[in-house]
Design a protein around this ligand. Structure first.
Ligand code: SPD
Length: 277
């Protein structure tokens, strides 16, 4: 029996996800985190930051379409959009499919994520070369604090709440996001798995609700993320993701449809219960 190589993400003391790999393509320690790219048998290339799955060639479309198109189809006319994190470029690739967009700024703290994504994930990073996109290698928290009242939509496409991303899961940050939005602006953050991150989801929901008049959680199914069930939380000043949903502006999606948008807000009872806390 030939030897097999496996990547294992240790999600907690009792849970791992394993992906068989053909080879390790790249490994480095950046100023902020460890960064690995491996070629998996099942899902193509895989980007790993600090030991955690960030994205794979095969299932990235679910996450990137859902973090981008739900808010972009809630705002009627988003012209200026910010992505905090998201250095692989997947969220930006989806944003620039909206003809309303005049400027999309990427504020990614780790320039090595951008460079390695261009090299190993060209299909994900391709949106970064759109002429409307401005890439800034900078601290997203500081960027948000320094740009008051500028953005229609902000996406927080962060890593997990450890290391450089901790500050992106805090009430002070959500207040700064509120201040960086125009008077009818809205934002979405990735908020982890309702199965294994219940305390986090509760506290994030409570914090966002204390800042924004409209707060709604929605779900998508990402096979390589812990448990597969993944949540996003929207905070909005005026528009509601169901009442104000816009007709689809692009057919160039593989997961997002008008019906999926609607259905993503239908929450299982245990998730509804979580949000009451
Ligand atoms: N545990 C996985 C959390 C990853 C969230 N961000 C992914 C970045 C992809 N653009």
């Amino acid at each position: 029996m030939p030897a097999e190589l496996w990547f294992t993400e240790r999600q907690n003391d009792n849970l791992t996800i394993g992906l068989r790999i053909n080879k390790i393509l790249h490994s480095e320690t950046t100023e902020f985190q460890t960064l690995d790219v491996v070629e998996t048998v099942q899902y193509g290339n895989l980007l790993v930051l600090d030991g955690c799955v960030m994205t794979t060639d095969a299932d990235e479309f679910v996450y990137h379409e859902m973090i981008a198109h739900v808010p972009m189809h809630t705002h009627p006319n988003a012209k200026k959009v910010l992505v905090v994190g998201g250095g692989d470029g997947g969220a930006i690739r989806e944003i620039v499919k909206h003809p309303t967009v005049e400027r999309a700024v990427l504020a990614e703290i780790d320039g090595r994520v951008i460079e390695n994504s261009k090299r190993f994930f060209p299909q994900i990073a391709k949106g970064l070369s759109d002429p409307r996109v401005e890439v800034q290698v900078t601290d997203g928290i500081r960027h948000v604090q320094e740009h008051r009242g500028e953005y229609d939509v902000i996406l927080v496409d962060s890593t997990d709440p450890v290391g450089p991303a901790v500050g992106l899961f805090a009430r002070d940050f959500y207040q700064a996001v509120y201040d960086a939005l125009k008077e009818d602006g809205l934002f979405v953050a990735q908020t982890e798995s309702p199965f294994v991150n219940q305390d986090l989801i509760q506290s994030v929901h409570r914090d966002i609700r204390s800042v924004f008049p409209i707060t709604e959680l929605y779900l998508a199914y990402v096979p390589t993320y812990p448990t597969g069930m993944w949540s996003f939380t929207m905070g909005s000043k005026r528009y509601h993701p169901l009442r104000d949903r816009q007709p689809a502006r692009t057919q160039d999606t593989r997961y997002y449809t008008e019906a999926v948008h609607q259905a993503a807000f239908a929450l299982p009872r245990f998730v509804q219960e979580l949000l009451k806390g």
